[in-house]
Design a protein around this ligand. Structure first.
Ligand code: ARG
Length: 422
């Protein structure tokens, strides 16, 4: 042969950078984009801690017809730039979902945009359907970072059923794994595992054990409780049981420890951005433990009004992340506020893991506002009790005045209604 085979076509085709997971949808998307859009496909797989063999995923992208396939290890970046701000904000959507899937989307989009720029691509693509939140997050994150790029969503367009997708994959030489018989749709990263579909679509039915992958059934968890000491520095967890670890490793370790005690199972009847109510089950052992511990430490070191105002910010923050608005000035400003509250959030929290629960059982900090001499009912009390009476008189003055005026008030005299015929 005179020339080595070159896969890049000489007639330049437009390029699309596809977020590639290695699953059926994104694998089918490769030949589908080439055939329907006439584009070359560059696959990008971002490692956010999902338990998959990334080298196999990369090879599968190429086998499915990708021109090139990139894999990026983004675990540390995910932990530092997305999970840490969310933890400092105690971010829980609708009060219970730690936003594991939602937080990974803007990070993946950032990688897609970076590759699109080096490759000179005009498009980015993802495998989301038209009914979920993730399409919103990918589309808005891409727009927020690179308004010049166009987003393609093959699965939103092609209208194939699952069976048709499998047939399409087989016709294009894409291996369809046997494990695809699972009725569940899952998404995993360092901050948690999301599970939906199958029997979970009936919100009246308890999730069957087989739906869980990271957590032990609470009843089958060890009969002995396990204690975990978490050391925080300025709102950042830095050590587990005295062992200093990079944040992403600390989270991965805690997922295993707490998961083995059945901690972190969440059954959420969720309000999606697109207006649909859906039922999703989550397993977020590390997130559950860290958020509780972080809240407990904040209660010890932050004053009441700051805690109260921060709760309002936290709710708004969680909703904004859920809604796909990561790359917005509001998120940046809220992060600045939250960051400014964390300077004293240092100390240690003891958590007790036992049969599905993670309870705060102890906390200490050099910045504690808890002062034994003020709180104690025993000897050594430094609180000036005699001041309480005057304080209560002044504090209660508006209520006292209101009540006193109310007691004197007479009902306004009824207008006399003339008797009929008068
Ligand atoms: N409902 C969750 C969210 O919007 C997770 C979505 C992905 N879930 C899944 N099972 N694939 O963040």
């Amino acid at each position: 042969m005179l020339f080595a085979p070159v896969r890049e076509s000489f007639v330049t085709q437009p390029k699309v950078v596809l977020a590639y997971s290695g699953g059926l949808d994104t694998s089918v998307a490769i030949p589908w984009l080439r055939e329907s859009k006439g584009t070359d496909v560059i696959a990008v797989t971002v490692d956010v801690g999902q338990p998959v063999d990334l080298e196999r995923v990369r090879a599968k992208a190429e086998r499915s017809g990708a021109l090139r396939a990139y894999v990026a290890d983004a675990r540390a970046e995910f932990a530092e730039e997305f999970l840490l701000p969310a933890l400092r904000a105690n971010a829980l959507y609708e009060g219970i979902y730690p936003l594991s899937t939602a937080l990974a989307r803007p990070l993946i989009a950032r990688h897609l945009v970076a590759v699109a720029r080096t490759e000179g691509a005009r498009f980015v693509a993802h495998g989301c359907t038209g009914k979920g939140n993730d399409q919103v997050r990918f589309d808005l994150s891409t727009t927020g970072l690179a308004p010049e790029l166009e987003v393609l969503a093959p699965a939103r367009e092609w209208g194939m059923t699952r069976e048709e997708e499998i047939a399409y994959a087989e016709a294009h030489g894409i291996p369809v794994e046997a494990t695809k018989s699972s009725p569940y749709s899952t998404d995993e990263n360092l901050w948690g595992r999301s599970v939906e579909c199958g029997i979970l679509e009936d919100p009246a039915v308890e999730p069957p054990e087989e739906a869980f992958g990271w957590t032990c059934a609470p009843a089958a968890a060890p009969d002995r409780a396990e204690y975990v000491q978490i050391l925080f520095e300025e709102g950042r967890p830095v050590a587990l049981n005295g062992r200093h670890l990079p944040l992403h490793e600390l989270i991965a370790t805690l997922n295993r420890t707490a998961g083995a005690h059945g901690v972190g199972r969440i059954d959420h009847l969720e309000s999606r951005v697109v207006g649909i109510k859906s039922r999703e089950v989550y397993e977020c052992p590390a997130a559950a433990v860290l958020i509780s511990a972080h809240q407990a430490l904040e209660s010890l070191v932050l004053p009441r009004d700051l805690l109260d105002f921060k709760r309002t910010v936290e709710q708004r923050y969680a909703q904004l992340v859920y809604d796909g608005l990561w790359y917005t000035p509001l998120r940046e400003s809220l992060d600045t506020f939250v960051g400014s509250t964390q300077g004293r959030v240092s100390g240690e929290v003891a958590m007790k893991l036992y049969k599905g629960s993670a309870r705060v059982v102890g906390r200490r900090s050099p910045n504690a506002l808890y002062q034994a001499a003020l709180a104690t009912y025993s000897s050594g009390d430094a609180f000036r009790r005699q001041m309480a009476e005057g304080f209560i008189y002044v504090w209660g003055l508006p209520a006292r005045t209101w009540a006193a005026v109310g007691a004197q008030a007479r009902p306004t005299e009824r207008p006399t209604v003339p008797a009929p015929g008068a």
